[in-house]
Design a protein around this ligand. Structure first.
Ligand SMILES: NC(=O)c1ccc[n+]([C@@H]2O[C@H](COP(=O)([O-])OP(=O)(O)OC[C@H]3O[C@@H](n4cnc5c(N)ncnc54)[C@H](O)[C@@H]3O)[C@@H](O)[C@H]2O)c1
Length: 370
């Protein structure tokens, strides 16, 4: 047995860990429930974080990742769950926000036994948490997890699932971009506009399809040659920039970050030529305050979690028996939501990212009071 007496201070108090500080004491907290899950037989160690069920069951994916420490895993689950509350609130899904992480290297640890053990923990929450794919988990994993609970989305079409969620993610980003164009230039059309897409993976390459259909002039960049080759095979006239650094300095009307988080930083914002930023990547603002730098430079930023909600809209539809038509109709509302955010930002004299947060918080607090 481990002796814990050394962590008790002279006055008999056990100091809070960073995650307990976050959970119970900071503005970033406010989570309803955090579940630590362990199944020694399969090696499962997981964290399910439910940030809010004010608007409905907490939906968010399961990340399978080799974290540097268990504490880092808990913090990631807390942050991601909170983000899902805001995304789901803005998407008008009648769902709250949650997220789970499975701790370990999916390459070596992922087994059917482990996924089933995890699925039983999801079941134990009786529908308070609904899971889906995230980094390190795939449609076929959701099919396994769904065998032991009713609260798993992101399954394969053969199992009643919606398949590849990047289809509606890209469609939603396109709708957000049309709204931004309307707000900025008075027309939603992107015809004749130059749009730079950084990252043409699952979402980015579908986004290029939408942009080309609308008549935009598209420039792309990606670190993977296969990704670029796929775009060029479909659209030979698309131009290619050597790097994201090069792309953002070209004369662009719109910049669409569709690769990793942190695309908008103290280094990149001063270099942007685009008048609109609207892309699929999660957590584009490298730190709080960047949204103000963008506004100060006159750049219209369409908040990431608002415009990339098409994917969660697509998987959430599985809860009603999946219909692509219904899900697409819901994703098209991202256009109206984005316009509403810009209008509030203008009216209140705040950046759109702050306006989006305020609307999401208001929706959650009104639902709690009802
Ligand atoms: N897939 C979805 O449904 C979905 C939903 C919401 C948000 N997102 C977010 O959208 C982004 C893209 O997701 P995805 O599913 O298309 O991922 P993906 O892995 O299929 O595509 C990402 C692409 O970005 C490229 N890339 C990586 N680093 C780069 C760099 N430094 N410069 C240029 N290109 C780079 C990769 O080579 C890849 O082609 C991610 O941030 C993801 O979290 C995706």
């Amino acid at each position: 047995m481990t002796d814990v007496s050394s962590s008790v201070s002279a006055d008999g108090r056990v100091p809070d860990s960073p995650f307990l500080q976050t959970l119970f004491h900071s503005d970033q907290g406010g989570h309803e429930q955090v579940v630590l899950c362990q199944d020694r037989a399969s090696g499962l160690k997981a964290v399910i974080a439910i940030h809010s069920t004010a608007l409905g069951p907490a939906l968010g994916g399961t990340r399978f990742h080799a974290y540097a420490s268990d504490e880092e895993a808990v913090m990631d689950a807390l942050n991601l769950a909170r983000g899902m509350s805001y995304k789901n609130a803005m998407a008008g899904l009648g769902l709250g926000g949650g997220k789970a992480v499975i701790i370990g290297d999916p390459e070596t640890m992922k087994t059917e036994e482990l996924l089933l053990a995890y699925g039983r923990f999801v079941a134990s929450l009786g529908g308070r948490y609904v899971t889906a794919c995230d980094v390190g988990t795939y449609v076929q994993d959701m099919d396994v997890i769904a065998r032991v609970n009713k609260w798993t989305t992101g399954r394969s079409p053969e199992n009643g699932g919606c398949g590849d969620s990047s289809v509606l993610t890209s469609y939603g980003v396109f709708q957000g971009m049309r709204a931004a164009a309307r707000h900025r230039w008075g027309t939603p059309s992107l015809a004749g506009r130059t749009v730079g897409v950084a990252g043409v993976g699952k979402v980015g390459h579908y986004l290029v399809d939408h942009l080309i259909s609308d008549g935009a002039d598209v420039v792309v960049t990606d670190v993977r040659e296969e990704s670029i080759a796929r775009v060029l095979a479909a659209h030979p006239k698309v131009r290619v920039a050597a790097s994201t650094d090069d792309l953002i300095r070209l004369p662009l009307d719109v910049y669409a970050p569709c690769a990793l988080g942190g695309a908008l930083s103290d280094e990149t914002v001063p270099a942007l030529t685009a008048k609109i930023v609207c892309g699929a990547a999660n957590n584009q603002l490298a730190h709080p305050g960047v949204e103000k730098d963008l506004a100060d430079r006159g750049i219209l930023y369409a908040p990431d979690y608002v415009v990339n909600a098409g994917g969660v809209i697509q998987v959430a539809d599985e809860l009603h028996g999946f219909s692509m038509d219904r899900a697409r109709a819901k994703a098209s509302l991202i256009y109206d939501t984005t316009l509403e955010i810009f209008a509030k930002a203008d009216a209140d004299g705040i950046p759109p990212a702050v306006a989006a947060d305020r609307i999401a918080e208001q929706r959650m607090s009104e639902a709690k009071q009802a």
